[in-house]
Design a binder for this molecule. Sequence first.
Ligand code: FE
Length: 130
Amino acid sequence: MKAGDLLQSADWKAEKHVPVIECPDAVKADEMFDVKVSVGKEIAHPNTTEHHIKWIHVFFKAAGDKFAYQVAAVDFAAHGESAEGPNTGPVHTHHGATVTMKTTKPGTLVAVSSCNIHGFWENSKDIKVS
Ligand code: FE
């Protein structure tokens, strides 16, 4: 078994766990741009103490390069926990974030999300550079 075997993929419009990557299709070399990653854009994912998205990690593989780079690791840490019991706390972190990055090379962004009970899900998006 390989680590990649743990990653599930599907159409994000039909499967609520798949991370959605929103960013420009093409960017200018070495110029900052925003990448928004989220889970549940089309079909909401629960955000409860028992069932929630724990994190989204973002990677970039430049075209032609051998190795990939990690762009961001975002933890979603509050899910209604409190001393009173599950789902009684006032704070919930939403499972979405915007990170800002730049690249001198075109390539592919890969996002991996983690549901605490439904495992790991991936998605990708190509970026052109001019
Ligand atoms: Fe789930």
